[in-house]
Ligand binder design. Structure first.
Ligand SMILES: NC(=O)c1ccc[n+]([C@@H]2O[C@H](COP(=O)([O-])OP(=O)(O)OC[C@H]3O[C@@H](n4cnc5c(N)ncnc54)[C@H](OP(=O)(O)O)[C@@H]3O)[C@@H](O)[C@H]2O)c1
Length: 303
């Protein structure tokens, strides 16, 4: 990651070390300098980024003003629903207060701000959800993301709120991640129980990353990108259905995969049944979301 140069536009990106962050870095615009906001100073030194523990917004306030970024892409979060349920105070600090602080800064400077929210702001009883649908969260993570959205709207009416779905894609460990994990399990013939009645409009993280950059760059060039946008994939799928598609793609035996009902499993936090997103407005605006078939074929081709 290059050191910031004055003449080049700089974007502060949070969450660069995360799953989505890896994909955001992979398709980052070449003509912008990226500065990663990172949790600890060692990593910040290593990456040439900015130390920024989101759990402690006051600690990085001055550094943010000194950096004076030209845009902010805020992808960091406490994104594990179980961890949010266990430690709601930490979730509130990271997911709500830090987002509010970043939105306030961006709003006061009038710079583009893209915030990564989630389909889990919905309760799953009225899918597909349009961007205008009112949040109805059922767990701490969803509630805090919904509160963060409100803070962003209040502090920076020109900001983009991007509601993201369940994402799949390459992970640092190829055996992990949604597709990698399913494929590894299928190859090993490992018994897997997967929800057949919990639906998501899953999308490839690379397509989502491309969309987020496109929205940020469009906002930077003065195009209208404010408000709430949905970045869901084109198909409403259960994890069980996804496993069958993965099995079909690589011609693997799926007999050890057992469909289970969501209600029969205690996952530690309430889970909405169907948070499928209606992303037609985002697609109409030019976002290309690949179908699961296309993405699996591409992953297979790259093997
Ligand atoms: N993955 C999905 O399917 C999905 C679905 C819907 C929405 N989203 C949203 O998309 C965004 C990215 O998700 P993800 O899957 O990439 O999450 P992830 O893999 O869990 O990564 C989270 C990122 O946030 C950073 N972070 C966490 N706490 C921090 C703190 N206190 N200070 C600074 N950075 C901190 C992490 O840094 P460290 O490396 O230091 O921990 C990491 O870079 C999140 O906003 C999430 O809510 C994700």
């Amino acid at each position: 990651m290059a050191a910031p140069a004055k003449s080049v536009k700089r974007v502060l990106i949070t969450g660069a070390t995360g799953f989505l962050g890896g994909h955001l870095l992979a398709v980052a615009p070449e003509h912008w300098t990226l500065v990663a906001g990172l949790r600890d100073w060692e990593k910040a030194e290593e990456w040439g980024g900015m130390e920024m523990d989101l759990a402690d917004p006051l600690s990085w306030r001055k550094r943010l003003f000194d950096l004076a970024p030209d845009a902010i892409l805020h992808a960091a979060a406490l994104a594990d629903t179980g961890a949010c349920e266990k430690d709601p105070d930490q979730s509130f600090q990271i997911n709500v207060k830090a987002t509010e602080a970043l939105a306030k800064y961006a709003g006061s400077r009038g710079i583009p701000f893209v915030f990564c929210s989630t389909d889990l702001v919905f309760d799953g009883t009225a899918a597909p959800y349009a961007p205008q649908a009112a949040p109805t969260p059922v767990n701490v993570y969803g509630r805090h993301k919904a509160e963060a959205e409100e803070a962003v709207r209040r502090e920076h009416p020109g900001a983009t709120i991007a509601r993201l779905p369940l994402m799949y894609g390459a992970s640092a460990n190829p055996k992990r991640g949604l597709i990698g994990g399913l494929r590894t399990g299928l190859i090993a013939g490992r018994p897997m129980t997967l929800f057949h009645d919990e639906y998501r409009t899953a999308a490839h993280a690379l397509r989502v990353a491309e969309g987020l950059w496109a929205w940020l760059l469009a906002a930077a060039s003065g195009e209208h990108r404010s408000g709430t946008w949905h970045f869901g994939g084109p198909q409403r799928l259960s994890r069980y259905a996804m496993a069958l598609e993965v099995a079909q793609t690589w011609d693997l035996d799926a007999s050890a995969v057992r469909p289970v009902a969501q209600a029969s499993v205690n996952t530690g936090s309430p889970r909405p049944a169907d948070v499928s997103l209606d992303s037609s407005a985002t697609v109409d605006q030019g976002w290309k979301h690949g179908s699961l078939d296309e993405e699996l074929a591409a992953i297979k081709g790259a093997d």
